[in-house]
Design a protein around this ligand. Structure first.
Ligand SMILES: CC(C)(COP(=O)(O)OP(=O)(O)OC[C@H]1O[C@@H](n2cnc3c(N)ncnc32)[C@H](O)[C@@H]1OP(=O)(O)O)[C@@H](O)C(=O)NCCC(=O)NCCS
Length: 335
């Protein structure tokens, strides 16, 4: 019999350095008004010297384990979702592994951009369902700030992103009387749009050296995005996959207590909620304070809401995201 998995704990961490829209307006032609109107973002966090993605991941992991009442030695496997690897290789998960006493458990990075957390949750759920592992740590960790272009040329992307990490501890639920569990996860990709939101270099496809001086000079090391194209696909795919997930679980939209949308742009989420008739009070957000933290956004939001008692034992939570790739996914979880 397959085993059901449940979220036993959640944690989040953001670095201390606050960067406001006005701070960015000193570096590029933008304004607090433009950014807030288009995205809902007021400020974001950036790492300071000496801080790394693995450090953010470590702090989020410690918080998630404390929430679950567990120790690193209780974890059987680590899946870390990121699009901003600490180094080219090995993956960021290994630098996290180095920081805590996990023993010799396997760890791996999963690259599905802003859907990375939900893809990892889906994979972790399958690993537990198959009986291979009992407890899987799922982490989303991003440091965007060291890869953005702080000039007017990069302003469309730069103003949107921030640094942060979120983590959940997923474990087998053997108690037939405990309804907590991951009820359904649905994931999709569409590689034909891979370059609509991407960072071209450095990359192993670039010959002969992965990175040339010309690429640096021309800004091909910075993220490029067709903003309107991404927006249009996000507002179509997110309701689609959310409906697919609810229907697969035979759950009605109105029975969901809280909708956690990926924090890419408040306007995207308002559009999706409005299209589905979801009341705003069921769609909490933290993008105003943290910007888009890609794979970390959803677990960060979940951890904040759990800490504040807004997501409780028994809450029915639907998480939905869209990202580069393109990727999109949704998960329905009874806490
Ligand atoms: C990026 C986004 C906010 C831009 O909003 P938009 O209304 O589509 O704006 P446009 O791209 O059409 O640009 C409008 C104008 O604002 C300018 N602009 C772009 N970024 C700007 C900024 N940060 N500050 C000021 N002006 C800016 C553009 O250059 C353009 O100027 P022009 O009319 O002179 O050419 C929006 O497209 C978006 O949110 N897309 C999805 C992004 C996303 O979610 N990405 C992550 C997915 S995981």
């Amino acid at each position: 019999m397959t085993k059901r998995s449940k979220i036993a704990g959640a944690g989040m961490y953001v670095p201390g350095r606050v960067v406001t829209n006005d701070d960015l307006a000193k570096l590029m032609d933008t304004s607090d008004e433009w950014i807030q109107q288009r995205s809902g973002i007021r400020e974001r966090r950036y790492i300071s010297e000496g801080e790394t993605p693995a450090l953010l991941a470590q702090r989020a992991t410690e918080a998630a384990l404390a929430d679950a009442g567990l120790e690193p030695r209780d974890v059987d496997c680590i899946l870390l979702a990121t699009l901003s690897g600490e180094h080219d290789f090995p993956g960021t998960s290994f630098f996290l592994h180095e920081r805590l006493d996990f023993g010799e458990i396997p760890c791996m990075d999963l690259r599905a951009q802003c859907s990375g957390f939900l893809f990892s949750l889906g994979m972790a759920d399958s690993l537990i369902a198959s009986g291979r592992f009992r407890r899987v740590l799922v982490v989303g960790a991003e440091v965007h700030s060291t890869g953005l272009e702080f000039a007017t040329r990069g302003r469309d992307v730069t103003v949107l992103f921030g640094d942060g990490a979120g983590a959940v501890l997923l474990e087998a639920n053997d108690d037939a009387n405990d309804p907590a569990g991951v009820l359904e996860v649905r994931m999709h990709s569409e590689g034909k749009h891979a370059t609509k939101l991407w960072v071209e270099a450095p990359g192993s496809a670039i010959q002969p050296t992965r990175l040339t001086h010309e690429m640096v000079d021309n800004g091909r090391i910075f993220p490029k995005m067709e903003g309107r194209f991404v927006f249009k696909h996000a507002v179509t795919r997110m309701p689609e996959v959310l409906n697919e997930t609810l229907s697969a679980a035979s759950v009605k939209l109105e029975d969901v207590d809280i909708f956690l949308f990926h924090q890419a742009n408040l306007r995207i989420n308002e559009y999706v909620a409005n299209a589905l008739g979801i009341p705003p009070e069921k769609c909490p957000y933290n993008i105003d304070r943290f910007g888009n933290c890609s794979a970390a956004s959803i677990p960060m939001l979940l951890a904040e809401l759990k800490r504040d008692g807004k997501v409780r034992s028994g809450s029915l939570v639907a998480m939905t995201g869209f990202g580069s790739g393109f990727t999109w996914a949704s998960a329905l979880v009874r806490m």
